[in-house]
Design a protein around this ligand. Structure first.
Ligand code: ACO
Length: 330
């Protein structure tokens, strides 16, 4: 297959994480769980939890400021501001509008993308489309998640999995052949009930009973989600590489969604990318939904694991179900 020419590139990255570290040992004090169970089943050792008053909007602004500073972008230069989030500050209006107001990005169109853990790659695809169509020059993509705000901390099967954080990237026209070589997005809405928040929208509004049952929090059929995640992430890895005219052997750095080390290892094995080329930080942060990939990318750059010209594969899976992948030449 002919190698595609990139239209857009990631000009810069930024991240923000709360200072508060909650370890597996901390959960041992409140739940019938153990550090050993959590580490063996998920690979998670600790996660960051934001204070009550901090939401996705605040975290997104802080991550965006870093990315904008590194790209030398002023707020007024942003044409489109996309926030990928599964944990919006409010149901109305969008968290992207809150971020726009705080940044003073007065010339931007701002909206949220709701694709759960796949949200960053979905938003990157939307950014690419806007720039390709000539409707935008600079797009700010923010993935901000306060997962602990929608997690039932009394449910051991979900409480230990999630964390809070935000990542941001500035997307602009490609220079020197760098940038996005492929972007693949898919979903399957028939499996929604395996991972969802049943109550709190207009179809099932909040009631006292629902609140007591904690039906406004994340409910997950972990084992089924696990199987779908492995299958869909394998498909996504295949498709992103195929569409970029590459194979797993060409990949210099693989950044999978950080939900579970066993899912990461299975996907890497399937894609034929050795683990030394796989970026892993799920041990330190847990699952931060759409924010995991941009945060991991930002950390990988900081750690010197990304060189000019490197091929980066990104693959995600989340509620919806949604799954997505992208190949980037750095
Ligand atoms: N501590 C101790 N025991 C636990 C805990 C816990 N924290 N949680 C569950 N268990 C128990 C269960 O009750 C069950 O006990 P039983 O056998 O007596 O019934 C046992 O452990 C096994 O439970 P499983 O759910 O089968 O465990 P599994 O090995 O599947 O691991 C996990 C659970 C970690 C949730 C895994 O299924 C998983 O990672 N799933 C995918 C999650 C994911 O990828 N999500 C991505 C999308 S997230 C998003 O979009 C927001």
């Amino acid at each position: 297959m002919k190698r595609p020419k990139p239209i857009v590139e990631i000009a810069s990255t930024g991240r923000w994480l709360p200072d508060n570290v909650v370890t597996n040992q901390d959960f041992e004090k409140t739940l019938d769980t153990s550090d050993e169970w959590i580490r063996e089943r998920t690979g998670i050792r600790e996660r960051r939890i934001a204070p009550r008053e901090i939401g996705a909007g605040y975290m997104g602004v802080e991550a965006a400021k870093v990315a904008m500073c590194r790209a030398g972008i002023e707020p007024g230069e942003i044409d489109v501001l996309i926030c990928a989030t599964a944990t919006p500050d409010r149901l109305l209006p969008s968290t992207a509008c809150a971020i726009q107001a705080e940044l003073g990005a007065t010339n931007a169109a701002a909206f949220d993308v709701s694709a759960a853990c796949s949200g960053f790659i979905y938003a990157l695809g939307v950014a690419e489309g806007q720039i390709a169509a000539g409707r935008a020059e600079i797009v700010l993509v923010v993935s901000a998640e306060k997962m602990t705000g929608i997690t039932d901390m009394s449910d051991r099967s979900t409480a230990v999995l999630f964390g809070d954080g935000a990542g941001a990237v500035v997307v602009r026209k490609s220079t020197n052949g760098r940038g996005v070589l492929s972007n693949y997005i898919r979903s399957d809405g028939t499996l929604a009930e395996l991972l969802w928040r049943p109550v709190g929208g207009v179809v099932e509004p909040m009631t006292h009973e629902a609140l007591e049952r904690r039906d406004h929090m994340v409910k997950m059929a972990g084992r089924e989600v696990f199987k779908s995640a492995v299958k869909s992430m394998a498909d996504a890895a295949d498709q992103a590489l195929l569409r970029a005219g590459l194979t797993g052997e060409d990949v210099d750095l693989f950044i999978p969604h950080q939900a579970n080390i066993r899912i990461i290892e299975a996907t890497a094995k399937y894609a034929k990318v050795p683990m030394e080329k796989v970026f892993v930080n799920v041990d330190r942060y847990g699952n931060m939904s759409s924010a995991t990939i941009p945060i991991a990318l930002d950390e990988a750059i900081e750690q010197g694991r990304v060189r000019s010209g490197d091929i980066i594969l990104m693959v995600a899976f989340g509620a919806g179900f949604t799954w997505a992948s992208s190949v980037i030449r750095w």
